[in-house]
Ligand binder design. Structure first.
Ligand code: 2AM
Ligand code: MG
Ligand code: MG
Length: 289
């Protein structure tokens, strides 16, 4: 039977490679940094350039498709899923790493709910998943870890970009609780998408975070579930990609242990009105690194 999504995903993979070239080139030069929702929520001209490149390239081939892109939403576009095919794009996931020339930087493209693409451009790793057809890295099938004892797990998380002391306290309480389960270790790649691809690859047993956005996790969610993993809300039950809360684990057993361990809170939803979404928009300085 003809597969209508195969050529569309091939196109997404080609765009992700092109995006990776732009990011790698930009790492060799100066990067102009500005801030968004907080003083440590960074954006560069490369984030904006790569998002435009992706959107233009998709629009040329699929003029009726819609978009939720991190930088377009930051510029005031809506963040709502409709019945039309919608691409969810994070042009650079790991902008803080990119600004500091650190290692992990990915570009993520997701066409709800058919496929997800995460390209880690420095390592040249192309993670892909098609609904019902498995997850792959550079063409090799991915499988989550079979380790169900959380005491023998590595758990990934991030500190995010909210520096409200009350929020930071909750993040640290969760971290303390997770460490004391105990687990073998806690890691963070600096990219939500990469942390989830590490779950899909079987390198870490779970990733959790409160404060992520839909573009950080949409593509990688399909990659995790197609690799045999589980997605769960931090209070249990189904994950809601607009809720800014996620557990991605190798198994229900590990995910449920984390549910009991994480201190839950609810940041403003991604699909809330823009005025309710912005945490702190007073940081509009620009500097070169
Ligand atoms: N200072 C910061 N530290 C870590 N993550 C940050 C961050 N500022 C923004 N983020 C975003 O939050 C996500 C989850 O932690 C990251 O993947 C990253 O996506 P970004 O690079 O696309 O902004
Ligand atoms: Mg991101
Ligand atoms: Mg980004």
């Amino acid at each position: 039977m003809a597969d209508p999504w195969e050529s569309t995903m091939d196109h997404a993979v080609a765009i992700a490679r092109k995006a990776g070239e732009v990011v790698r080139d930009a790492l060799r030069g100066d990067r102009m940094v500005t801030t968004k929702s907080s003083a440590v929520d960074l954006v560069t001209q490369t984030d904006q350039k790569v998002e435009q490149l992706i959107i233009q390239s998709v629009k040329e081939k699929f003029p009726t498709h819609r978009f939720i892109g991190e930088e377009s939403v930051a510029a005031g576009e809506s963040c709502i899923l409709s019945d039309s095919p919608t691409w969810i794009i994070d042009p650079i996931d790991g902008t803080t790493n990119f600004v500091h020339t650190h290692l992990t930087v990915t570009s993520t493209l997701d066409l709800q709910v058919e496929f997800g693409v995460v390209y880690s451009c420095i390592e040249d790793k192309m993670f892909t998943a098609r609904r019902g057809r498995g997850a792959f890295c550079n063409g090799e099938p991915l499988q989550v870890s079979q380790q169900k004892a959380v005491e023998q797990a590595i758990v990934a998380t991030e500190f995010g970009s909210d520096r409200d002391p009350e929020v930071v306290d909750k993040i640290f309480q969760s971290l303390r609780n997770v460490l004391c389960l105990p687990v073998h270790g806690v890691r963070g790649a600096g990219s939500a998408a990469m942390n989830m691809c590490l779950v899909a690859s079987g390198c870490v047993e779970a990733y959790y975070e409160i404060g992520v956005h839909v573009w950080d996790v949409a593509a990688a969610s399909l990659i995790v579930s197609e690799a045999g993993g589980v997605l769960m809300d931090v209070e249990g039950g189904e994950v809601d990609l607009m809720s800014r809360r996620i557990i991605a684990a190798n198994s229900k057993t590990v995910a449920e242990r984390l549910v009991k361990t994480i201190v839950a809170f609810s940041p403003p939803r991604d699909d809330a009105a823009p005025s309710d979404r912005c945490e702190d928009s007073t940081h509009l300085s620009a500097r070169k690194v």
